[in-house]
Design a protein around this ligand. Structure first.
Ligand code: PLV
Length: 327
């Protein structure tokens, strides 16, 4: 369990609650458990893998971190760096909100705004790592990150009396997917199907699965900027060969409706990146997958990874609704 400990023998992340949701169970027609990663320090699951990566880098003498991010990976890196007493520079694309920049600065990080989307910020981070000799923290593509994320599946195994019938999660660059697959393999649950959800316009995993190879999207047009990696990591495709991974797409409007519904149902506000997997449950897609024979018609339960995201406020939700022409 090295992934759970910092240099003082403490973990950066929390063991998160697993709660049954009456509203989501009703919507999906099967008992739904929420793995509440939104309550992690910095508001998302990212602290698990990124925290572990940073701890290991610190052990190896890292002097300065640089992390390109859609927001949440950077917040996790800044948080871990602060705990480790190592400076961090976080590179965010221009579509990043001022609120996120402020949160990063509050964590003590130096923030640079660069490029239109995350992929551009990544190029800048790599260049800085090269010229300055800093340690680059990838937001999703590293075995230590997957190992850190895998801890959430061990917690699920401890919390649930039965193996779930499916796990629903969001895919951006594929780090969460790779971590969950690592965890499933670790606890002997590798036969649990994973429903991997993206929004249209940030659907690089779906495109890669259809093509049978990595595909680079021309642009990210979805409002779910945190799912906006133009290309997923190689490991994401491998995961789909090792486990049953069902790729599903939702519309931006569905993801934003799901955010609002989830706020009403569970009193928690999450980002569009998390609205996407919630939308899968709210729009009856589970029952559709069952009817089509992709999922067992008789599921014991479904787990949804409530991946969270800290870049959202009520005004932001309202702005998204206006942008998408919703009432
Ligand atoms: N967000 C990354 C990549 O952004 C970041 O830099 O924060 N849910 C939330 C709330 C997220 O922030 C992310 C990733 C995901 C889901 C998807 O995780 P992934 O990238 O590991 O598949 C461009």
């Amino acid at each position: 369990m090295a992934a759970t400990l910092d240099r003082h023998g403490r973990g950066f992340y929390l063991v998160t609650p697993v709660l049954e949701s009456m509203a989501l169970s009703k919507a999906a027609g099967t008992r739904v458990y929420m793995k509440l990663e939104n309550v992690q320090p910095t508001g998302s699951f990212k602290i698990r893998g990124i925290g572990y990566f940073c701890q290991e880098a610190a052990k190896n003498g890292c002097k300065h971190f640089v992390c390109s991010t859609g927001g949440n990976a950077g917040l996790a890196a800044a948080y871990a760096a602060k705990k480790l007493g190592i400076p961090a520079t976080i590179i965010v694309p221009t579509n990043t909100s001022q609120d996120t920049v402020q949160k990063l600065e509050e964590q003590g990080a130096e923030v640079e705004v660069f490029g239109k989307v995350w992929d551009d910020a990544y190029v800048k981070a790599l260049a800085l790592a090269e010229t300055e000799g800093w340690n680059s923290v990838h937001p999703f593509d590293h075995p230590l990150i997957w190992e850190g994320h895998a801890s959430m599946v061990r917690e699920l195994k401890d919390a649930l009396s039965n193996k779930p019938g499916a796990i629903v999660l969001a895919v951006g660059g594929g780090g969460l997917l790779a971590g969950v697959v690592a965890g499933l393999q670790d606890v002997g649950w590798q036969d649990v199907p994973i429903i991997a959800v993206e929004t249209k316009g940030a659907d690089s995993f779906n495109a890669a699965l259809s093509a049978g190879r990595l595909v680079t999207l021309p642009d990210i047009t979805s409002v779910a900027k945190c799912l906006g990696a133009k290309t997923v990591c190689v490991r994401a495709l491998e995961c789909a060969r090792e486990c049953q991974v069902i790729s599903q797409l939702v519309e931006d409007v569905e993801a934003v409706q799901a955010m609002e519904q989830f706020l009403d149902d569970e009193r928690m506000l999450v980002q569009p990146a998390c609205g996407a997997p919630l939308a899968l449950l709210y729009t009856g897609r589970v029952q559709q997958l069952q009817r089509e024979g992709h999922l067992n018609p008789d599921l014991d339960s479904i787990v949804i990874i409530v991946c969270g995201g800290s870049n959202i406020q009520m005004s932001g939700l309202q702005a998204l609704k206006t942008q998408l022409g919703m009432k």
